[in-house]
Design a protein around this ligand. Sequence first.
Ligand code: HEM
Length: 532
Amino acid sequence: MSTDSFAIWLLGLAALVSLVFLYGLHPVTRWKYRQFPGPPPTWLFGNIRDIIKKSAYHYYIEQAQVYGKLFKVWYGATPVIVVTDATLGRAVNLRNPNRHTAIGPATILQGKDRIFESEGILLTKDREFHRSIRNAWNPAFFSQSLEGYASLMNSGADGLVRRLAQSAAKSEEIDIWRTLGDMTMAVVGSASFGVDFRTQSESSESSAEAKELVHAAQTIFQQGGAAGSMWVPIIVMCPPLLPVVRQLAMYFPDKKMLNLMHARRTLKDTCEALLRQVRQQIASSNGAAPAGKPERGVAPGSFLHHLATAKHHPSVRNGDDFTDMEILQQAFGFLLGGYETTASALGFTIYSLAANPDKAAKLMQEVDAFGRDREPGRLDIEQLPYVQACFKEALRLFPPGHIAIREAVEDLDLDGHFVPKGTWIHVSICGIHRDPKVWGNPDEYTPERWVEGSPLEATDAQKKAFMPFGDGIRACVGKRFAWEEALIALIRIYQKIDFKLSPGQVPLAVRSPFTLGPSKGIFVTPILRVEE
Ligand code: HEM
């Protein structure tokens, strides 16, 4: 090679390195978002390494103490505005109904899989379509539907208490979070599809399928965030490469991606098989409603049936029937929405009570006054304000949906700061729930905040700052279902069982790739309560 061409090569290489270096500084975007304070980003990676290492839950709380109610963090090349103030957060949620597409392995999916993801209730950005889907979901949470679910929830709790009693008899330490997950999967299975997923059964032949189902749902939750496939960091670092990475990832999927795809397929196949059964039932009964269907609402076991006969709002696809794909998306959403969030919320409540035995004693006193052998119905829950308070306080400290994820639908003025259209915004529910300017002793578990008339009762400002189910038209659609299921489970559990927390778990290690959950589990030894 001549000296001249070597020099040209060298110059070219230097130019390339300089360009890559410059790209990693993201100068244009940095300039655009310069008015927002925030932790200094590192070259190319932004703050993503700290977010992964510490979990978004802890990182946002920590940064709020330094930078206040509005700051920016960098997910690689993408700035995200984090809001930790209740009033601002509500304003963002109400005015911006769209969620940004999460960074996660699902972003890399191709074809039908991607459509399945992006057009479901969680991620669709089409306002009319979303309204039409929500309308189809809503009857599942009418009072009459919820009335019907109480017996399924009690039977789910029965199975759980039986398992806990067996462990208590052997003084066996268990991961209560996993055990609760089996129960919530069983309840969601029966409430939405009318089948027993047998996730709580001990018999080997029934459990293999059920275990696979639970494992699939866990995989989807655990790989929801940026910590998943090796392809994800490339998109985080350089979003314009997304189309190329999608192709490469399809031909060279790594283990994480294969696991995720297998998990999605398992859940989708389950939903598809159930839909086929429902279609056959409808055909053989000429579309008649399933037995036990209430006049308004959805009978337990017929969510799928209800969807299979649901029609769109007239403004969407001329008011046509839901397509199979749309029905499957909702069924998939019900399984995912109803499984881990509720299990985690219950797990965090049991953890908090086991770490605060005086509160547990007060709760058991109230449960005993209600009756140690009584099945609570939907309306009975109202008679147990302290149990409700214990659950609410756990939701304040550990909200399983710890971020309301949004995308600015237009240019916004946020507290005097200009936010361009399309900006990713995270309303940090955990930051709001632990804001020391709003809450006295924000890190303490004090259920009395939620007891009417208590000297520690939450102020109006505090009540307004409590949003574990999000806010606005994208708020949690399953809130009433989750509330009923969790309270019935707590009442049934504490009628018979108390817990001893295994050592070394305070404070609890949590992870938050997608939803907030314990990093390793919640380890307790169940103790049978003495019969009086
Ligand atoms: C304690 C349990 C639960 C918690 C803490 C929880 C929390 C949340 C949160 C924070 C959101 C986002 C709200 C927002 O962006 O403003 C959400 C959305 C959602 N949740 Fe839940 N959830 C729970 C249980 C459930 C259950 C049982 C179901 C279904 C049966 C469900 C289905 C959904 C769906 C479909 C959405 C998306 C709604 C939409 O975009 O229109 N969730 N949930």
